[in-house]
Design a protein around this ligand. Sequence first.
Ligand SMILES: [Zn+2]
Length: 270
Amino acid sequence: MTKKIFALRIDLESFKGIKKGLPKILDLLKKYRIKASFYIPMGGESNILELIRYRKELSNATERKIKVLSKIEMLRMVLFPKDFVRENQKILRRIILEGHELGIHGWKHRAWTRGLEEININKHLDLAINKYKKIFGVYPDSFAAPAFNTNKKVIEILDRKKILVISDLEGEKPFKIKGTGIINVPITINGENNSPIIEYLATKGCSDNEIINYLKEKIKENKLATIYIHDIYECVNKISLLENLFVFLKKNKIQVKTIRQIAKNENPSN
Ligand SMILES: [Zn+2]
């Protein structure tokens, strides 16, 4: 295998996922000295007004089929939504301290995926960026749109706000978005409708063994292999599968880079 590149993107989207999944994946990444790219909705969980307001049905494929939250946890979220960023600052800072990337995944996930046409995108991004600066002391320059929900207007606003990297558009290799300073690093291995590949295959009934074999094949085929996973699912339930994947990457000397590093290669000036 020559000059293959792999990148792992991890979306953090729930209080439970950050509490249970994040420490596990950080420990595993440390053990294998692998750097990953994390993204987080800076506004935390949605409150009851947002739950009522943004209740448009999602397409079947974007709706999660695997049960990851108990009824009690769901009720807790409705009644007492948590600011999972503010409440988990310490472990979130560990992401940056250990050399990983942390980008923003919108302000509130639900409002972005179900109400992108209604929300004030500029305001949502300002809220996210300002809070990020306040908590982490640096400017976030990477962004991933919740559910890959993006459009021309979003990209224009991101460019104005000096976001340099996104991974929201499909493709096989990184590319500069015309007329902007933004590089898009695509997720090259995913399931139907851009669903996360491990969860997608598990939903289809594949065993961990079948999933890892599928990933190995795909990584061998693609010059750039990128996948994304979630705190609440893979980082809790699929840690041993991820460990097998890391062993495979090391054994085959596949370079593991962050999304930001890949973008930088594409456009060294940014
Ligand atoms: Zn998401």
